[in-house]
Design a protein around this ligand. Structure first.
Ligand SMILES: NC(=O)c1ccc[n+]([C@@H]2O[C@H](COP(=O)([O-])OP(=O)(O)OC[C@H]3O[C@@H](n4cnc5c(N)ncnc54)[C@H](OP(=O)(O)O)[C@@H]3O)[C@@H](O)[C@H]2O)c1
Length: 335
């Protein structure tokens, strides 16, 4: 257990607040520093949580304007283009989690890690909904002896767009990287505009028009499973729950093909579903990563290193927590 606070930079936003609440639900006593640009907004968010302090972050100074107080871990909920949070965390030997970069933006973070590999744990948390896609895919992959194809389809409900930082990130990511990083026949290729147009079926079977997206999940899933074909697509529209008259939800479709343990060809189709939408599922991953990084679960904090979310979090515990929130992995008919 730690009584050293966890710093949430951009903790006044939607994901920051939900992550803080999720952390608190599991660890009521963990002290939090809620960092923002606006003192009143930070104080309000901190008051709302209790046992938290609102702080103003100054990204241009080494100590972020926080003095030399200790922190157990730092999470950043916006594109921190100065890497202010990462440098601050490394200097203090505190773990760092960022969730806002694109796959083409990781070089500065990798460089910071390479120059101080033993300073602290750094989690590249840009996986789609911070571990939800990869951890669920690994669970589905257990039925396979060998995987050839992984197709991920993220369905974002048009009523589930997230806060202003999400729109800013998507604008930047699509402007800078219109092509989609994809693994095809063992080669990493970039699907261009027309190549990237595709479709997938939602949980309820509806056909969603989709486009390729350069998610870091592609690299992690390919490295972990050896699958020669890995692609990630996004569709924005109406989630299956809303089509049947219920509130919006988030769905991540996972299609796998390969050989089963009996040596025969096998295809599976599943979906990760969270009844309250993308922000809640994201906050689940963030809170479990922070819990692990800071050693709140009673085990030693994650050692220094560079990690994907799925390398930090215990998969069984994640899936149990998902279930406790009403989410699940749904088994679907193959098409
Ligand atoms: N990896 C994933 O799957 C995943 C999923 C969902 C979201 N995300 C990312 O998570 C982030 C948060 O999403 P959200 O819905 O919580 O957005 P949000 O409600 O707009 O919150 C963003 C927070 O960051 C602060 N902020 C924004 N730009 C800043 C800057 N340049 N300098 C300092 N602070 C800044 C905002 O402070 P102010 O109140 O002062 O504006 C706010 O506290 C986004 O970057 C989004 O792309 C990632």
């Amino acid at each position: 257990m730690t009584s050293t606070p966890i710093l949430l930079m951009g903790g006044t936003g939607a994901i920051g607040r939900l992550s803080a609440r999720a952390l608190r639900a599991a660890h009521p006593d963990v002290p939090l520093l809620i960092g923002g640009r606006n003192a009143a907004k930070s104080a309000e968010a901190a008051d709302d949580l209790g046992n938290a302090e609102g702080v103003v972050i100054d990204p241009r100074v080494d100590d972020l304007g926080l003095g030399d107080r200790p922190v157990a871990a730092v999470a950043v909920f916006y594109a921190d283009d100065r890497l202010a949070g990462l440098r601050y965390a490394q200097r203090r030997g505190a773990a760092h989690l960022g969730i806002s970069s694109g796959v083409f933006e990781i070089a500065p973070e990798v460089a910071a890690y390479m120059h101080a590999p033993s300073a602290a744990a750094i989690v590249l948390g840009y996986e789609w909904l911070v571990g939800a896609t990869t951890i669920a895919t690994f669970a589905c992959a257990q039925a396979f002896a060998q995987i050839h194809d992984i197709k991920i389809g993220a369905l974002v409900d048009e009523q589930d767009g997230g806060g202003p930082a999400v729109a800013e990130d998507f604008e930047r990511l699509n402007r800078m990287m219109p092509a989609a990083l994809t693994r095809q026949d063992g080669r990493y290729v970039w699907r261009g505009k027309d190549d990237a147009k595709t479709e997938f079926r939602a949980i309820d079977g509806a056909t969603m028009q989709a486009a390729g997206f350069s998610s870091i999940d592609v690299a992690g899933l390919a490295a972990a499973t050896g699958a020669p074909n890995v692609q990630f697509n996004i569709a924005t529209g109406i989630s299956s729950s809303r089509r049947r008259g219920e509130p919006k939800s988030t769905e991540i479709l996972i299609e796998l093909a390969g050989k089963g343990h009996d040596g025969l060809a096998l295809r599976t189709r599943h979906a990760v579903f969270h009844p309250r939408g993308a922000a809640h599922l994201t906050a689940l991953g963030v809170s479990m990563i922070l819990e692990r990084l800071a050693g709140l679960d009673g085990n030693a904090p994650t050692p220094a290193g560079l990690y994907f979310p799925y390398q930090v979090v215990d998969h069984g515990s994640y899936l149990l927590r998902l279930q406790a929130e009403g989410g699940r992995i749904v088994s679907l008919d193959t098409l």
